[in-house]
Ligand binder design. Structure first.
Ligand SMILES: C[S@@+](CC[C@H](N)C(=O)[O-])C[C@H]1O[C@@H](n2cnc3c(N)ncnc32)[C@H](O)[C@@H]1O
Length: 121
């Protein structure tokens, strides 16, 4: 059966409200609880392929970029926020490090192969 990348659910389910329920067996296996979100930054490897889903002003994206990823995909549904992000990260975009994707997350993720990302926030 076809599955939506990363969610482990069918396309039909992804369109329904049921998709909002967390499958704890699938999504929390091998997970670790961190005391604050900045703690996760230590796990980002230099030259890794990263993604942030829901970016807003890009404050956390800036912290990810300080870890020197090879690529950072920024998925943001709000077009106005994306326009601001294009200005904020112009140099990174010009260097082909940041790519801003103005789509909802499930739609955007359909264009990524399984296991093609090292880090997702
Ligand atoms: C709490 S803010 C994110 C903050 C940011 N990650 C940070 O740590 O500073 C949530 C963002 O998610 C975006 N968002 C909400 N639903 C989304 C979706 N389905 N796909 C992509 N972005 C979404 C909102 O527009 C908003 O910018």
């Amino acid at each position: 059966m076809e599955k939506v990348p990363y969610t482990g659910i069918t396309p039909e389910l992804a369109q329904s409200n049921s998709a909002k329920k967390l499958d704890t067996n699938l999504h929390l296996q091998n997970s670790k609880v961190l005391s604050c979100r900045d703690e996760q930054l230590q796990y980002i490897q230099k030259d890794s392929i990263c993604m942030e889903i829901g970016v807003y002003k890009g404050d956390f994206s800036q912290k990810i970029l300080e870890k020197n990823p090879k690529k950072l995909y920024l998925i943001e549904i709000n077009t106005n926020y994306c326009e601001n992000l294009k200005i904020k990260f112009k140099n990174y975009i010009d260097d082909n490090i940041v790519e801003i994707i103005n789509k909802d997350s499930l739609t955007a993720l359909k264009n990524f192969e399984k296991e093609s990302l090292d880090y997702i926030y």
